[in-house]
Design a protein around this ligand. Structure first.
Ligand code: SF4
Length: 450
């Protein structure tokens, strides 16, 4: 058996769930528990799960099975399961996995940490912690950052009021609740004081922020960007309908707002967007993309597409491929439709055959790769400022990002810089594109940067 009181966390899912993992880690440390990044060394492992779509759920179950196997083998004393899988399936999980020591729904995680403390002290605990209702939209407590100091995620609201036909998130995270500006500004100030260089704004729908108290996202972004410090702000999860156009001015003119926007559009025909219960028509989506490109020259757009939704025809995928190429949507994630019980989409007829979904997804990803290759090649020769995300590897190369790339989901820029530190800015010239569409750059001699 391993060391007493040593606890570890296995994180699954999106950036929003990562913030929850960071909150759990901080609460565990407050209980005097020693947190290790090496789950193999831990006596207790907390698994923070994802349950967004089928493949993510499978990953959560497989991770859980792996931990329970270690428990059966005696190399792990206790297993704690938290996150979206618990929030979605609640007590049924308990029946399916009676060997789990604790299930915890989404909350401020204080209760979870106290229970892990009790487990470490050999005390008996209640094995299920319900969440005390919808998480209040107040500031998050202190977090133990799991991201490198160069960036951190900043959640500005919880939940979602949209009813996208394929999505289970509103059932998991509840209706939309914006954090008050003072709460977000307080968290941002602390992250900047901790040396974080890039604040990555996340929510289920960032552009809905403030509408529950007659404010709009640009007001908040302006306040966060104007804070004292050497930081910048990147916005993820914008919704293409009812777009707050004041944002375009900030994306174009504010020196601390990165000219980048993640705006999931999901599909490219009004027939499919209507069936998906997306509130923006294809004309609204394309005019929003065109206006963003016009009003914010050089903006980088990221998006997400869903392929294989019931009723989808080949010509819908033709339109999707065409939009990717015409709108130069190079930074793009695409997912196969996953039948999510409890969602409207799960009840729809005209399901698309699994094989056909895979073929269509391949077409979409090939269109994305063609576009990405050409966009990245267009960057060769440019001189830009990048920030170091990872320390030099054995050969002295560092992973960096500039304005074009969000962390963890987009390509990156590799630079030979054996002396560089995480969070440091480098001035570089793009030299080539590698086979995975990452960029390779060369540092610009200091005298040329003056
Ligand atoms: S906007 Fe749609 S896809 Fe996104 S979280 Fe809300 S319901 Fe889900």
């Amino acid at each position: 058996m391993t060391n007493t009181g040593l606890v570890s966390l296995v994180h699954l899912g999106c950036a929003r769930n990562l913030i929850d993992s960071e909150l759990i880690l901080a609460r565990l440390a407050e209980q005097g528990l020693t947190v290790t990044g090496d789950a193999a060394q831990a006596e207790c492992v907390v698994l923070n799960t994802c349950s967004f779509i089928g493949p993510a759920r499978t990953e959560s179950y497989e991770a859980l099975e792996g931990l329970l196997q270690r428990k059966r083998e005696g190399t792990l004393k206790s297993v704690v399961v938290a996150g979206c899988l618990v929030q979605r399936y609640k007590q049924t999980l308990r029946e399916d996995f009676p060997q789990v020591d604790l299930f915890a729904e989404i909350s401020d995680y204080r209760g979870l940490a106290k229970s892990v403390r009790a487990l470490a002290d050999g005390k008996k605990i209640q094995d299920y912690l319900s969440s005390p209702g919808l998480r209040p939209a107040e500031r998050d407590d202190a977090r133990m950052l799991a991201t490198p100091g160069s960036y951190a995620y900043l959640r500005i609201s919880h939940g979602c009021d949209h009813t996208c036909s394929f999505c289970a998130i509103p059932a998991i995270r509840g209706s939309h609740r914006s954090k008050r500006p003072s709460a977000v500004v307080e968290e941002a100030t602390e992250l900047i004081a901790a040396g974080v260089r890039e604040l990555v704004i996340v929510a289920e729908d960032s552009t809905a922020w403030g509408r529950d108290f007659d404010m709009e996202l640009p007001e908040l972004i302006h306040e966060v960007a104007d804070l004292e410090g050497d930081h910048r702000v990147r916005i993820m999860y914008a919704y293409p309908g009812r777009f707050p156009w004041g944002l375009a001015e900030l994306l174009r003119d504010h020196p601390r707002v990165v000219p980048y926007l993640d705006i999931p559009i999901q599909h490219a025909t009004s027939r499919m967007l209507k069936a998906m219960r997306r509130t923006a028509s294809v004309d609204q989506v394309t005019s929003t993309l065109q206006r963003l490109r016009k009003e914010v020259p050089g903006i980088t757009l990221r998006t997400t597409m869903l392929v294989g939704f019931p009723g989808e025809q080949e010509e819908d995928v033709d339109a999707l491929v065409e939009l990717i190429e015409d709108a130069r949507l190079a930074r793009l994630g695409a997912f196969p439709f996953s039948l999510e019980e409890g969602t409207h989409g799960a009840e729809l007829p005209d399901r698309v055959d699994k094989k056909v979904i895979e073929q269509r997804l391949e077409r979409v990803l090939q269109a994305r790769d063609r576009t990405l290759k050409s966009v990245q090649e267009g960057h060769v020769g440019k001189t830009v400022t990048v920030t170091v995300d990872e320390p030099p590897d054995g050969e002295g190369w560092v992973v960096t990002r500039g304005d074009w790339d969000a962390p963890e989901v987009d390509p990156f820029i590799q630079v030979f810089a054996p002396e560089a530190q995480v969070g440091q800015d480098l001035r570089v010239t793009i030299r080539e594109v590698d086979e995975e569409f990452n960029l390779i750059a060369e540092q610009v001699p200091v005298e040329e940067t003056a």
